[in-house]
Ligand binder design. Structure first.
Ligand code: PEP
Length: 247
């Protein structure tokens, strides 16, 4: 069975002191022990935060190169050296504002696999695609072009986050039915390509205005294994309520 996961994407928010305070507040709460909790703060704060918490820490982006003359980029080995163990790949804000293509994302997937670095692969359709009824085709293509080239043993236990772009930071959440419909399809595509055992080992997270008020209903869906949380992860009480929202 897929692992239950709740991850917080802090994006470009918080000072170092605010980040430390937030981590300490989350640490003081009673968290469901069956849930893997991951935080994605600013990469700048990884070292300081890793000295304060046992919670898993990751990065919101990383380079597809291993090292060298790539000004401004950060390599997996450097991330590891300051306490990061996992990275997001293909968040819609990276795709949209930094023009990360399916090819670049495939290279990041390959680099992560090569260096045995864990990742959450993000996918999701923009509003006009959903309005045109083409969301299944769109998401399936994102997966096929950047992730589904991996062999069976490399996709086992991996993490995919479905984040409809129209629901990110907008306060507009997908309904539990809309989330489950896409998650069920993602599981089906995994099954088609890799077989049932592998498909069932992959955690499929929902992201997009997930809040304490709707987390229970979304997490109760058969094919939803947790959430990737933006705004609500900046508040310790809200985030921990979401973590504790599994049945
Ligand atoms: C996100 O950015 O991954 C996200 C889901 O954001 P929010 O929860 O704020 O919609």
């Amino acid at each position: 069975m897929a692992q239950k996961i709740v991850a917080g994407n802090w994006k470009m928010n918080l000072s170092l002191k605010e980040a430390i305070d937030l981590v300490e507040s989350i640490d003081q709460e009673d968290l469901d022990k069956d849930v893997r909790v991951i935080l994605f703060p600013s990469t700048l704060y990884l070292q300081a935060l890793s000295e304060k918490t046992k919670l898993e820490l990751g990065v919101q982006n990383f380079s597809e190169m291993d090292k060298g003359a790539y000004t401004g980029e950060i390599a997996i080995s450097q991330i590891r050296s300051v306490g990061g163990s996992i990275g997001l790949i293909g968040h819609s804000e990276r795709r949209m504002y930094y023009k990360e293509s399916n090819d670049v994302l495939k290279a990041k997937v390959n680099q992560a696999v090569e260096e045995d670095f864990d990742f959450i692969f993000c996918c999701g359709e923009p509003l006009e695609v959903r309005e045109g009824g083409r969301e299944m085709e769109y998401v399936s293509r994102q997966l096929k072009e950047s992730l589904f080239h991996l062999p069976k043993d490399k996709i086992k236990n991996k993490i995919i986050a479905y984040e409809p772009v129209w629901a990110i930071g907008t306060g507009k959440t997908a309904t539990a039915e809309q989330a489950e419909e896409m998650h069920k399809n993602i599981r089906f595509w995994l099954k088609e390509k890799y077989g049932e055992e592998i498909a069932d080992s992959v955690s499929i997270l929902y992201g997009g205005s997930c809040k304490p008020q709707n987390a229970k209903e979304i997490f109760a869906c058969e094919n939803v294994d947790g959430g990737l949380i933006g705004g609500a992860s900046l508040n310790a009480k809200d985030f921990t309520t979401i973590i504790n929202s599994f049945e």
